[in-house]
Design a protein around this ligand. Structure first.
Ligand code: UDX
Length: 434
């Protein structure tokens, strides 16, 4: 089957490469000539484990191509995916649909053979109706369907999430659309991945509800962690104790500095806007957004406390900048607010991150970047682990103690064992454990 993927960012590129790997004939389209040129050279615009190899193999096999020409790229495609960005609109948090509608207009103007247009971008409820209206207005004169097929890809694990999904959600209003989508995902069908066919609006809401629920789960355990610190309990035991209940489940119960990334912050805000527009407030999600926002800066205060309450003139080594490991993504990373809070308190922050420093530099001009963790730690009055990269799980603690000015470790990801660290002579502070 011929598939066009409009938008070769994170979601488009991963989805396009995986669909090509299933045996489909895929063209990835992007209006950014620099991005397409670098993809044609085999250089990935993002860091995602396994992606360069997957793209390379499928290009060599002749199943994956790249172009900036939308009209040529969609020619003869049975499925045309829209996977362009839907950033938070400045000012009100609504998802900005400019790019989605632009693509819909261009697709409408250039559609010559029957096709199913698939919205993969995260879009508010009702966007599929509007895309259908826009394409219809162009009077393409061929049969077309507009379906919603949200993605549930985690950065750092996106390829395996695509190939071994918990479920595939397809929101379609016609048999034509359902049939094309069954064909697209047939290889997964054979793997017995559950495919859920729903109405289009339900599929659009499923994406937001899933992300808001996960954000809620994280925020819940983060608040429990704060309470654990007050009452002398251990949040990891509490997580395990509640997570073993099959109705709750063990995942997404790791307390930390607050969620970040390209999805949770943006999608929770967009859901709030939709709820407001439909006069159906989602107060739980409202609270989650507020609690998570204030948590990030509070983590900066936690470091100041560990410094004895006064950070002026002190050096803080920040280990990890990205919002989670195995990505270079800095979007809404807690490290940004923490570094800002430390800077406001008069500290000098020196950071190290295995992949995120390039993208971090413009976001935190006040922070100096080190070549490795030990260079950051040299002479530090406190060390703070913000992201749980493997490289920070096995630090040479003796060396750390030797080169730091004071052996103070604030572990915001609960990577280390408190008893062990204290036995090594560290002043050790973590999240929700005393
Ligand atoms: C998320 C969803 O998991 C994915 O299904 C969706 O399509 C896009 O958004 P992603 O943003 O890549 O994926 O990261 P994820 O692994 O979900 O983590 C999000 C944030 O939550 C990170 O900042 C992470 O550190 C934090 N987190 C996650 C916690 O603090 N505790 C947890 O238990 C889990």
């Amino acid at each position: 089957m011929k598939i066009a993927m409009v938008g070769s960012g994170y979601v488009g590129l991963v989805s396009g490469a995986c669909l090509a790997d299933f045996g489909h004939d895929v063209v990835c389209i992007d209006k950014d000539p620099a991005k397409i040129a670098s993809l044609l050279d085999g250089v990935m615009p993002i860091y995602e484990p396994g992606l360069a190899e997957l793209v390379g193999a499928n290009v060599r096999a002749g199943r994956l191509a790249f172009t900036t020409d939308l009209a040529a790229g969609i020619e003869g495609a049975s499925a045309i995916f829209i996977a362009v960005g839907t950033p938070s609109r400045r000012g009100d948090g609504h998802a900005d649909l400019t790019f989605v509608y632009e693509v819909a207009r261009e697709v409408g103007a250039n559609l010559k053979t029957p096709a199913t247009i698939v919205t993969k971008s995260t879009v508010p409820v009702g966007t599929g109706d509007e895309v259908e209206r826009i394409i219809g207005e162009a009077k393409p004169g061929v049969e077309f369907a507009v379906v919603s097929n949200p993605e549930f890809l985690r950065e750092g694990a996106a390829i395996s999430d695509f190939k071994r999904p918990d479920r595939i959600v397809i929101g379609a209003e016609s048999e034509f659309g359902r049939q094309v989508m069954s064909e697209v995902y047939r290889p997964l069908f054979l793997n017995k991945a559950p495919i859920l066919f729903t109405a289009r609006r339900s599929a659009e809401l499923i994406k937001y509800a899933a992300n808001a629920f996960l954000a809620t789960k994280i925020t819940f355990i983060n608040e429990m962690a704060d309470l654990c610190e007050k009452v002398g309990a251990d949040v990891q035991d509490v997580s395990r104790g509640i997570g073993l209940d099959g109705r709750i489940g063990p995942k997404f119960l790791h307390a930390g500095p607050g969620y970040g990334g390209s999805c949770f912050p943006k999608d929770t805000l967009a859901l709030l806007k939709t709820a407001e527009d439909y006069d159906s407030p989602t107060r739980i999600v409202e609270a989650v957004v507020k609690v998570n926002d204030s948590r990030k800066r509070a983590m900066g205060r936690k470091v100041v406390e560990a410094l004895g309450g006064d950070a002026r003139g002190k050096k803080v080594a920040m280990l990890g900048l990205t919002f989670k490991p195995n990505t270079d993504d800095m979007r809404d990373s807690p490290s940004i607010a923490i570094a800002q809070a430390l800077d406001d308190a008069g500290a000098k922050v020196v950071a190290y991150d295995p992949e995120g420093m390039e993208l971090a530099k413009p976001l935190m001009p006040e922070v100096a970047m080190a070549a490795n963790p030990y260079e950051a730690i040299e002479g530090a009055d406190a060390i703070v682990i913000v992201t749980e990269w493997d490289a920070f799980r096995a630090l040479d603690l003796k060396r750390v103690k030797d080169i730091a000015k004071a052996p103070v470790l604030v572990d915001l990801r609960n990577v280390y064992d408190p008893a062990e660290l204290r036995a090594e002579g560290f002043t050790y502070v973590s999240v929700g454990r005393v």
